[in-house]
Design a protein around this ligand. Structure first.
Ligand SMILES: [Zn+2]
Length: 716
């Protein structure tokens, strides 16, 4: 569905489908092997991308022109369904391109991206602005009630029509030209933004010279830092990478306050260093163009345009939810800081040193101490039980219990890097092939930080049975050879989260490719993934898979009990760092055509919100990839909270029944949520699963916040 390529056109799912043949560029070749084949990652060379993309775009334009130019009157089959077939070659090239952009970036590849981003945007506009094609879509749309269509086909017609209209299909010629210019310019700016952030992540590595600098760090972090230094030509020293996976544990454990401040400052200054990789001017330009585009399309602001096809529907409803959680979250931060300050003061008194005021680089460090004091829970005590490989087996086991999946490692499948491993997924009951799951777990040069899922191929049965290929990616720091990788509790949650996206793809059971898997509304897509996080802390998983890396003993029940008790710990911090980002994102895109200085806007918005001084936005504006590396999550970072409202409410369906592994509830979850893709309205799907609409109460309970006095059920 060209998901990698058309994100900037704000309309990904349409342009899909029909193998090209007889070409020498391996990126264009159909995939070979069983079950529809696999990507030939072993044959990719960077210089093949541009010719492959050009050829695949030309092929798709020809396919689209053929549909548009038909003499026969427009029908569902010859227009809407026919569009589901187009672009298969570009889909395949796009898979390679997306994987390289996110995990194998290099100066040579980045040059290709800079060249191709505007061309890909222009290509998308050529399709959306094809007048003959739109006239056919509109004709089917206008007569849809009179056609003998299934509800899913009706929805597909509506989605296609909406997508074209939202992309400017109804504009006059001059406006269309300007729109296309804007999209191309934005595509170039998004590429620049991402490359700048990557440059700052790779360009600022803190190399520590002496063992004393590591005070407080547990052994696992020391050996990871040693390995990171060695692989960067600093054998015998220790390197702290400028990524979240390295920054967070360092700030949690490092006793050296000066080094904590340094690591914190470096991380939160990405894209904001006033140098050649500074993103502020790029952001101003992006915001200006987005505002202009929204007006051109007839919307008050970019936020209004983006929210139209979401569950929330309007920025106001998204803001309402964020504001309902903001106040209790800030109040909780006040309590958390007071607890931390008391410990810092006691330490100062005991050691006869000057007292400190909790600063942002102290938060994780003292929060950890509070966790120990309040819950007798030490993250270091938990970590030896969290082995990456065992947790992965735990995820497989959960997928087996909930969805009947079986995972078996396969070898001989081409991968983009030797770190990547592949599993075949089958249905346990029938033995039928379900799909493939690729896992790319480790940080490396050229790979962006964070964790994510993507689909190399989506499920469909429109043009014969096509099974999906999905991947999970993360940035764990590899330790010494042969040593198990130990991960933090947060990282373990993230693994389950991304695996939830993968299961959303793997469960897909639909006809049309543009409606498959995770191609749902932006503020619904995080629901399945966040829901899966809830299975990590279940006793069934912890007792079987949280095994000590040396003794093989399962995590003690007493420690599990402590983890359960501490579940709502530090929720003030987590909610505030997230909400600050989500609120700034929305306000930036509600500001309309006013020219914006990002640093100043961020500062003033946070001040007006009453942002606690001890916390910083989870993603500061100059590094906010969700929002500025594409249209994807722009005016959409609120989606995580929106989805989490559903998540919290949905998990209560399990606890109200027989528990997390209740088969009846799991079946309803699969039937109405995980398998349906975008074939039904998500609000209807949710209601069919849950028997009611979600309210905010479960969310507040999950986070340990007080319930609002008049809790009312939101009707989504
Ligand atoms: Zn997610």
């Amino acid at each position: 569905m060209n998901k990698h390529l058309l994100a900037s056109a704000g309309a990904a799912a349409l342009l899909a489908a029909a193998p090209a043949s007889g070409t020498e560029n391996p990126l264009l070749a159909p995939w070979t092997g069983p079950h529809g084949g696999v990507p030939a990652f072993d044959q990719v060379r960077v210089e093949q991308f541009q010719p492959a993309l050009e050829a695949a775009m030309a092929e798709q334009l020809a396919e689209v022109d053929a549909i548009a130019a038909q003499a026969a009157a427009p029908t569902f089959d010859n227009t809407i369904a026919a569009l589901e077939h187009v672009g298969k070659t570009l889909d395949r090239v796009g898979t390679y391109y997306g994987v390289f952009a996110s995990t194998m970036s290099s100066p040579e590849f980045q040059a290709v991206e800079r060249e191709m981003a505007p061309k890909l945007a222009a290509f998308a506009d050529k399709i959306f602005q094809n007048e003959k094609l739109f006239a056919r879509i509109a004709a089917v749309y206008e007569t849809r009630e009179t056609l003998a269509l299934t509800p899913v086909q009706q929805r597909l017609v509506w989605l296609d029509h909406t997508r074209f209209v939202r992309a400017g299909a109804k504009l006059d010629a001059a406006a269309k030209t300007r729109l296309s210019e804007i999209n191309q310019e934005l595509a170039g700016l998004y590429t620049k933004f991402s490359q700048n952030v990557l440059a700052d992540e790779e360009g600022y590595v803190l190399v520590l010279e002496s063992e004393a600098d590591l005070a407080g760090l547990p052994d696992s972090l020391r050996s990871a830092a040693a390995a990171a230094a060695a692989s960067r030509g600093h054998a015998g020293k220790w390197a702290i990478l400028n990524t979240r996976s390295s920054m967070e544990p360092f700030l949690t454990y490092a006793d050296r306050r000066d080094l904590r401040e340094k690591v914190w400052t470096t991380y939160y200054s990405r894209g904001d260093n006033g140098d050649v990789h500074d993103n502020n001017a790029t952001i101003s330009a992006i915001l200006g163009l987005r505002a202009e585009r929204a007006q051109l399309l007839g919307y008050a602001t970019h936020a209004h345009w983006r929210l139209e096809n979401t569950m929330a529907k309007t920025p106001e409803r998204a803001m309402e939810l964020m504001e309902a959680v903001w106040k209790p979250a800030v109040a909780r931060v006040g309590e958390e800081v007071a607890d931390m300050q008391a410990i810092a003061d006691a330490e100062a008194a005991a050691s006869g040193t000057a007292t400190i005021a909790i600063a942002p680089w102290d938060y994780r460090y003292y929060a950890e101490k509070v966790r120990k004091a309040k819950y007798d829970l030490d993250e270091n005590e938990v970590k030896p039980y969290l082995q990456l490989d065992k947790l992965r087996e735990g995820m497989f086991w959960v997928a087996g219990e909930l969805f009947g999946f079986e995972f078996r490692p396969v070898t001989g499948v081409p991968v983009v890097h030797p770190d990547v491993r592949v599993w075949e997924v089958t249905d346990r009951a029938s033995g039928k092939h379900v799909g493939l799951w690729y896992f790319d777990p480790y940080a490396r040069k050229g790979k962006r930080s964070g964790a994510w899922m993507n689909a190399y191929r989506t499920q469909e049965r429109f043009a014969g049975e096509v099974t999906t290929i999905v991947s999970n990616n993360s940035n764990f720091v590899q330790g010494k050879a042969g040593e198990p990788i130990l991960v933090s509790w947060t990282d373990a949650e993230t693994m389950f989260h991304e695996f939830g996206h993968a299961l959303h793809g793997l469960n897909s059971n639909v006809d049309y490719p543009s409606l498959a898997g995770t191609a749902v509304f932006r503020d619904y897509v995080e629901f399945p993934s966040q829901l899966l996080e809830h299975w990590l802390p279940t006793r069934e998983v912890l007792e079987r898979f949280a095994l000590h890396h040396q003794t093989g003993e399962p995590i003690p029940a007493a420690l599990v009990a402590k983890i359960e008790q501490a579940e709502t710990f530090n929720q003030g911090f987590q909610a505030v760092e997230y909400l600050a980002s989500a609120l700034v994102d929305m306000k930036l895109h509600l500001a309309g055509a006013t020219p914006i200085d990002p640093d100043e806007f961020e500062r003033e918005t946070l001040a007006a919100l009453g942002m606690p001084s001890e916390i910083v936005m989870r993603h500061r504006t100059p590094q906010f990839g969700h929002v500025f590396s594409g249209d994807g999550y722009s005016a959409g970072y609120y989606s995580y909270l929106w989805s989490d409202t559903l998540t919290a409410d949905a998990f209560e369906a399990f606890t109200e029944a027989g528990g997390p592994y209740d088969k009846t509830v799991a079946k309803r979850l699969r039937d109405h949520v995980f398998s349906v893709g975008n074939t039904i309205d998500p609000a209807d799907g949710y209601r069919a699963f849950r028997g009611k609409d979600p309210g905010i109460a479960a969310l507040m309970r999950k986070r340990g916040f007080p319930l609002p006095s008049a809790e009312s059920s939101r009707s989504n």
